[in-house]
Design a protein around this ligand. Structure first.
Ligand code: AGP
Length: 636
């Protein structure tokens, strides 16, 4: 049986000795949930499972069991050691239980907000974000339900309890409550009076069923369940499961029974499990709605609609300029950030790839600030640029995914992306989380500089809070995108075009494609087409045009006409309005939801990631470990 050190070693092995302890934020973002319908005292098993979920990061934890016919729970703020102490003082009996490690999104990290949450004979643990919790909460308050926490999760407990009060049996009560939920959730629900039942549900965050011998398990991933079983069934989005000691039945949201593959999981070590995905990259692409919501929740308050004040070592209102430096995909995130800081905060931004930044002797001022963006926090060029700016006396911010990384340690403020461990060499969820951080900071800077009014701030924060939902919708286009990628993989060269924030996205799309499928690709500002690249256009050069219907859409349409006139094959990524208005014949059109401008780059990143992913799968390359590449370039 693996114990905690093995996981720690695994994590350390992967993230180097800067791996974050569970107290950090680095690379950890997701709550952990577990449920056990057992035949022995269940509390020690739940604690073992929660320890295996620590790597995900959390700030409180709790356990509930059915003890002598009653629901009972122990919860504690901070780390598991505090919960263990509570359980030593006040042990919990019972052979059925649920447990949770919480990463606070709605409501501060304290015991009151820790899971499990109760309501009239119902106990529940939850990972994810209930997007419509505010309206559900109002409805339940009108029905007389009193809330004891600030969490979105508590509305689910009361919803199930209300269905029970209406006379439904536990399974049907859970099913009816699930139908009311919008957003991302992995849930485990337990009922007073039934010691042989836990209902699990998944919509977004992963949830696995573990098949034991005379006992059954639910867990956020196979790592958590590895000590007890490696016979795993992963629920799919929309599934819910009736878990009993000797059986599990899985249904779709309409209540139709569905069959899900039972597999042997290999995840007995830290290396996070691919779940039911073929590659880490595919899994990480699909984690984006959840980790984007976790990242955004760190910077904006979804409920009050404000950008959270940050404890920064500089005042956005007083700096004259912001320098940004990074490499690769992180640099392209920074380039999009430049548009945002200049547009929403009127803050001039100087940005360059780190390998150029530190040698071109840019004039720097100690009155200005500099941000360094890095998934690993260890990229040598970026680190050298950070040190270059620090020597110039600038205030340094590190937008990093590994909390204890070198860049984090050498900066004045860490601005974490909460993407969780990113295993695939091609950066996907880290990129959209970097964009989430930069968009939130641009709003914050605009407020601080008096450029954004309170009303505008609420509108922008509202738009940001919609990102996870739109991301979820776009992931559902994967069948069409896979088909297009198969076609794309037949070509040797591909051109990506975009304007405004879609220009850096065009470069990111080209980078994704070339680094994992080895197909040559270039990203260009659409307006630059006639200044050279148009010479490349013929029927052997697919052109991917990234163009939501915005104020410059017509300009991009004329670029598409120039391409079409020379036999170029166009793949257009747009929205419904764009698709309706485009007057040019395209080889394919991918239609995304109509999204607010500020989150457009976050949402439009998904199809370009999926195109590259599927093209690489068709090319048969090593998607997670492409040739010649490393996950973190710690050499110059
Ligand atoms: C992204 O897909 C690439 N793997 C690469 O460009 C990466 O973004 C770059 O090496 C920077 O890495 P960092 O974010 O860890 O600094």
């Amino acid at each position: 049986m693996n114990d905690q050190p093995a996981i720690k070693e695994g994590y350390l092995a992967f993230y180097g000795d800067k791996a974050g302890n569970s107290g950090g934020q680095g690379g950890k973002t997701m709550c952990g949930i577990v449920g056990i319908v057992g035949h022995s005292r269940v509390t020690p098993l739940i604690l073992t499972t929660l320890k295996r979920l620590e790597y995900r990061g959390y700030d409180s934890a709790g356990v509930a069991t059915i003890e002598h016919g009653e629901l009972a729970r122990r919860r504690a703020e901070g780390k598991l050691i505090n919960l263990e102490r509570r359980l030593k003082e006040e042990p919990l009996d019972g052979t059925i239980g649920i447990g949770h490690t919480r990463w606070a999104t709605h409501g501060v990290p304290n015991e009151t907000n820790a899971h499990p949450h109760f309501s009239d004979g119902v106990a529940i643990v939850h990972n994810g974000i209930i997007e419509n919790f505010a309206e559900l909460r109002d409805e339940l308050v009108r029905d007389g339900y009193a809330f004891s926490s600030q969490t979105d999760t508590e509305v689910v407990a009361h919803l199930v309890a209300r269905e029970l009060a209406r006379g439904l049996k536990p399974v049907e009560a859970a099913h009816q409550a699930l139908k009311r939920l919008e957003g991302a959730f992995a849930l485990a629900i337990m009922f007073k009076g039934d010691e042989d039942l836990i209902v699990g549900a998944r919509n977004g965050p992963p949830l696995a069923v573990g098949h034991g011998d005379g006992e059954m398990f639910l867990g956020s991933d196979a790592i958590a369940l590895a000590p007890f079983t490696n016979s795993i069934t992963y629920l799919e989005d929309g599934d819910w499961a009736v878990v009993r000691r000797d059986s599990v039945a899985i249904f779709d949201i309409d209540g139709n029974k569905v069959e899900r593959k039972r597999q042997q999981s290999l995840s007995t070590s830290f290396m996070v499990d691919k779940g039911n995905r073929r590659h880490f990259m595919e899994k990480e692409i699909h984690e984006q709605p959840e980790v984007i919501s976790h990242t955004l929740a760190h910077y904006v308050d979804f409920v009050s609609g404000v950008s959270k004040p940050l404890d920064l070592p500089f005042d956005f209102a007083r700096i004259g300029r912001l320098a940004i430096s990074a490499c690769g995909t992180a640099y392209l995130a920074g380039l999009i950030g430049k548009y945002w800081f200049e547009r929403y905060a009127r803050l001039p931004v100087d940005i360059d790839v780190a390998s150029e930044f530190r040698y071109r002797e840019m004039p720097l001022s100690a009155n200005d600030a500099a941000f360094f963006i890095s998934q690993s926090g260890e990229t040598a060029d970026t680190l050298a640029s950070l040190r270059y700016c620090r020597k110039a006396g600038m205030k340094i911010g590190a937008v990093v995914n590994v909390r204890e990384s070198t860049m984090a340690r050498e900066s004045d403020v860490v601005l974490p992306t909460l993407a969780g461990p990113e295993i695939g060499v091609a950066s996907t969820k880290a990129f959209t989380c970097q964009l989430s951080v930069l968009a939130s900071l641009a709003v914050r800077a605009g407020v601080a500089r008096g450029v954004i009014s309170r009303e505008q701030e609420k509108t922008l924060v509202r738009a940001l809070s919609e990102a996870p939902r739109y991301a979820n919708q776009v992931l559902k286009l994967e069948e069409q995108i896979e088909r297009i990628a198969r076609e794309l993989s037949r070509y040797k060269d591909v051109l990506y075009l975009g304007r405004d924030t879609n220009f850096p996205l065009a470069m990111e799309g080209a980078l994704k494609l070339k680094e994992i499928s080895y197909i040559h690709a270039e990203g260009y500002a659409a307006g630059e087409l006639k200044h050279g690249p148009i010479a490349l256009i013929d029927e052997n050069m697919p052109v991917i045009v990234i163009a939501p219907h915005d104020r410059i859409f017509e300009k991009t349409v004329s670029n598409m006409q120039e391409v079409a006139a020379r036999g170029g094959k166009i793949i257009l990524i747009t929205d419904a309005k764009g698709a309706a208005q485009v007057s040019v014949k395209t080889m394919e059109t991918i239609i995304l939801p109509d999204v607010p401008e500020i989150i457009s780059p976050i949402i439009y990143a998904l199809p370009i990631q999926m195109l590259a992913y599927f093209a690489a799968v068709f090319m048969g390359t090593d998607v997670d470990q492409p040739r010649n590449l490393a996950k973190s370039v710690t050499v110059e």
